[in-house]
Design a protein around this ligand. Structure first.
Ligand SMILES: NC(=O)c1ccc[n+]([C@@H]2O[C@H](COP(=O)([O-])OP(=O)(O)OC[C@H]3O[C@@H](n4cnc5c(N)ncnc54)[C@H](OP(=O)(O)O)[C@@H]3O)[C@@H](O)[C@H]2O)c1
Length: 303
């Protein structure tokens, strides 16, 4: 199958690329910069350069400036919005203009859609929340859905925090533990809904093939943890001082508004639709995920 991936050079995209190339698919990756083509994988810098024959049967939309990349100044918020909402608007307009539109659009979104929540479990039917990240996800999803009326199956993958060794959020999350400091942000009872990168990749692949699935799909592990529990699980792998909180005021000072939305609050997201469809997780709980990730860093681990 010919699959177009926007943002296919990123943390999720690079793992998807390896998975799908190994499965024998033909990939086109839309990137802002030039990359050398490899067997069955070509890079383009504009949508107009995507080969028309065979035209892509599937589009995977991952492109967007990193949410945790910089402080959320007004200018950076505009970059976050434009790179997703305007990028998706352009992608949808291009799809609508193709003689043969792709059959499916797998659009990345995030659990930030649900906004800051307490501990109530949130399935895909839970209402949208409030705050910048939620509004961003809502606008992004609305743009993606605009291509459904020409018969494209649109899946909105609400990704939890994607964890894997050596990339993504885990690099920062593990840093204090590597220095012997175990901590959690703020009160510690807020939920961290996460997914191992291998399971996120498997979920994209699963949804590519599930012709009956469309709409929002929570892509998280079935066992979200509180930040305090995450700290305890990390302490099973690192030699640290006893865990302690980092006060909210300190986090706000360091990170600004992002601290409130991404760290000091959380959401307990349940992957109800994946569970109901028989999807199987390689790493359903945080202990299994950490074991898989930290096995490569035996020097940091307790004897
Ligand atoms: N990783 C997570 O924990 C997580 C959680 C929830 C949701 N998501 C969402 O899933 C998607 C993929 O995540 P990821 O971790 O793979 O992201 P990533 O590593 O930051 O990669 C995203 C890609 O988007 C492109 N990009 C960056 N800035 C851009 C800009 N200003 N305009 C247009 N394109 C830009 C880059 O590709 P080029 O440089 O090649 O153009 C980059 O490789 C993202 O949209 C992210 O918001 C991720």
């Amino acid at each position: 199958m010919h699959i177009l991936i926007t943002g296919g050079t990123g943390f999720v995209g690079e793992a998807l690329r390896e998975h799908w190339l190994a499965a024998g698919h033909e990939l086109t990756i839309l990137s802002r910069s030039a990359h050398p083509d490899t067997r069955n994988c070509r890079y383009v810098q504009t949508l107009e350069a995507v080969p028309a024959s065979p035209s892509p049967e599937a589009v995977v939309n991952l492109a967007g400036a990193s949410l945790a990349g910089k402080r959320w100044t007004a200018a950076y918020k505009k970059t976050l919005v434009d790179s997703r909402v305007e990028g998706t608007r352009a992608l949808v307009a291009w799809m609508r203009g193709l003689p043969v539109p792709p059959r499916v659009l797998l659009n990345a979104s995030a659990i930030g859609f649900y906004g800051p929540r307490d501990s109530e479990p949130l399935g895909e039917d839970a209402a949208a929340g409030s705050g910048f990240a939620s509004e961003l996800c809502q606008a992004w999803e609305a743009q993606a859905l605009a291509v459904a009326d020409i018969g494209v199956r649109v899946c909105l993958l609400r990704l939890g925090v994607v964890l894997d060794a050596g990339g993504g959020a885990f690099v920062q999350m593990a840093q204090p533990f590597r220095m012997g400091i175990a901590s959690w942000p703020g009160g510690g009872e807020q939920y961290l809904s996460w997914v191992h990168r291998a399971d996120a990749v498997a979920a994209f692949d699963f949804l590519l093939q599930q012709e009956a699935m469309s709409g929002p799909v929570n892509v998280t592990a079935p066992a979200p943890v509180t930040q305090r529990d995450f700290c305890a699980a990390m302490r099973e792998h690192f030699r640290t001082l006893p865990g302690m909180p980092v006060p909210g005021a300190v986090m706000r000072l360091l990170l600004g508004e992002m601290a409130d939305e991404l760290l000091l609050t959380g959401q307990r997201v349940m992957p109800q639709r994946l569970q109901a469809s028989g999807f199987l997780w390689r790493h359903p709980d945080i202990h299994s995920a950490l074991e898989a990730m930290l096995g490569a860093h035996a020097g940091d681990r307790l004897p």
